[in-house]
Design a protein around this ligand. Sequence first.
Ligand code: PGA
Length: 251
Amino acid sequence: MRKNIVAGNWKMNKNLQEGIALAKELNEALTADKPNCDVVICTPFIHLASVTPIVDAAIIGVGAENCADKVSGAYTGEVSAEMVASTGAQYVILGHSERRSYYGETVEILEEKVKLALANNLTPIFCIGEVLEERQAEKQNEVVAAQLASVFTLSAEDFGKIILAYEPVWAIGTGLTATPEQAQDIHAYIRSLIAEKYGQEVAENCSILYGGSCKPSNAKELFANPDVDGGLIGGAALKVADFKGIIDAFK
Ligand code: PGA
């Protein structure tokens, strides 16, 4: 059976000391009151080596927010999947809409990143989702189908190792959340595409997270949908009370 997962995406927030303090506080809260789902925190690269040893790996997984599309070498400023893995991190967010739109990440670049992440035993949290104009033109299904091309070249075995996150770009950081019906409809569609490509069993086992202005007040009704297996959380992951409130939606 697929897992329920709540993953935090810190984005470019928190300096090292603040990040360590946040990770410690979250670890204390979740050690005292154990979650009923997998919990992951994805942090800036520089935090990874400090955060991994201070969280209980049985309760909180740690991940990066990106990795390079090259193995190693003269790529000034880049951080490879192997480097991420060497910090003890186990996950990496790939294809976030902010990476696609501000840093020009294409289907082809993301295909390379996913392969390198898997080659280094990192679990990709692969993000897909449409922008507002595409939703208004009712093109969301074709948009996510095209974005899935980056992961639909994987073998069934490798596809079985990834987590998907559907994040409508119009809902990210805007306070506008997809309705539970909108989320369920497109998650079911995404799962149907996986079933077509890899068969029913692989589709049933794939965790598909919802992201975009997820909060303690709306998490429960979003996660209650049969095809919504948790959330990818931005703003609300920066405060332990809010992040835990979302994690507790599974209680
Ligand atoms: P948000 O971000 O929760 O702040 O909307 C979600 C994301 O970008 O992953």
